[in-house]
Design a protein around this ligand. Structure first.
Ligand code: HEC
Ligand code: HEC
Ligand code: HEC
Ligand code: HEC
Length: 232
């Protein structure tokens, strides 16, 4: 009986740790270790997504989508959800206190809210450096890191009325294939667009085992050497 109680207590503790929902923190933390990805990402349309909401920016595109090109949409709750990081989630973008590390479509929009898994990255990095010890990737998934991506892309790119994507709900994107065919979203093609995502850099395989992200081998086979940084 006593050991049963102990076991129950241990299980409760374990599930409490897993249940702690991760928060958004912004790209400063990620970028201080992953400097190459940060610098490459800074050149992408995702990084500059907030600029498109400013008055006069992309005036022709806005008119075509029946938006007002002179309006400032940078505080509009119908827009910022897809042009910032973690809007309406714990730690995410807040128009009342706009953090520059949460403007634009950032690391955590694709890789998941990072407060829990980034701690595991640090620990695993140290264990690898000191003893060449590797860490199971499964722990990262349990801490909220994303390895599939497609649903996250769809939630912004295919979120409109009449979309082929089942999860669509308001606020919708104004830029749909009905407005212009070029706004159609082909995931397999888009995810290979390094100019819109970020370029890929060599991993040392600190993490091992499932879930291995789709395209990992393809991207790593062409990856450049990474410039790493230390956490600030
Ligand atoms: C303290 C440094 C540090 C921080 C902070 C950090 N990482 Fe990492 N990250 C690492 C190390 C070390 C690895 C293992 C790299 C390798 O295998 O070469 C890694 C691996 C990764 C991987 C590949 C995981 C895999 O499947 O093998 C991704 C993606 C990643 N980090 C994204 C992020 C994001 C996004 C953030 C911010 C939320 C972040 N990291 C914060 C150090 C860090
Ligand atoms: C939080 C919403 C959001 C997520 C998640 C997101 N995107 Fe985007 N994406 C945008 C926005 C907004 C733009 C337009 C930025 C601008 O020009 O202002 C964009 C632009 C792009 C472009 C460039 C389009 C062009 O015409 O040049 C590509 C390609 C793209 N995204 C692919 C992806 C892929 C692949 C994923 C998932 C791995 C993804 N996006 C995830 C919001 C998102
Ligand atoms: C559901 C997500 C979502 C919402 C909500 C959203 N957008 Fe976007 N926006 C996107 C995506 C995705 C793109 C990239 C489209 C592409 O290039 O394929 C984009 C692109 C844009 C562009 C660039 C278009 C171009 O061709 O240059 C502008 C401007 C823009 N959005 C303004 C707005 C405004 C203003 C609002 C609010 C009224 C808004 N967006 C709401 C997802 C969204
Ligand atoms: C629009 C989506 C998107 C954004 C934004 C994004 N990533 Fe990625 N990232 C990916 C995809 C897709 C992969 C490829 C899957 C893999 O192999 O892990 C990837 C791979 C990685 C890797 C593995 C090594 C490599 O270079 O392929 C690291 C580390 C990483 N990203 C860090 C970051 C950091 C740091 C940021 C923010 C500065 C960021 N990512 C922003 C989608 C994104």
């Amino acid at each position: 009986m006593k050991s049963f109680l102990l076991l129950t207590a241990a299980l409760l503790l374990a599930s409490a740790t897993v249940a702690a929902a991760p928060n958004y923190e912004g790209r400063k933390k990620c970028g201080s270790c992953h400097r190459s990805q940060l610098e490459s990402w800074e050149k992408t349309a995702h990084a500059k997504a907030m600029d498109s909401l400013a008055p006069k920016a992309r005036a022709e595109a806005k008119k075509k989508a029946k938006l007002d090109p002179n309006k400032d949409y940078r505080h509009d709750a119908d827009c910022v959800g897809c042009h910032t990081t973690g809007f309406s989630h714990e730690g995410g973008y807040d128009p009342k206190e706009p953090s520059k590390y949460l403007t634009g479509v950032g690391c955590e929009n694709c890789h998941g809210a990072g407060s829990e898994y980034r701690l595991l990255h640090r620990k695993a990095g140290q264990a690898f450096e000191k003893k060449k010890q590797t860490t199971a990737r499964q722990q990262l998934a349990e801490a909220g890191q994303e390895f599939q991506f497609e649903e996250r892309c769809n939630a912004c790119h295919l979120n409109y009325e009449g979309s082929s994507w089942k999860g669509a709900k308001k606020p919708y994107t104004p830029f749909t294939p009905k407005v212009d065919k070029k706004y159609g979203f082909d995931y397999a093609k888009a995810v290979r667009n390094d100019k819109a995502m970020h370029e890929h850099f060599k991993l040392e395989d600190v993490f091992t085992g499932p879930p291995i992200p789709p395209f990992r081998d393809e991207f790593q086979s062409k990856a450049k050497p990474a410039a790493k940084g230390k956490e600030e």
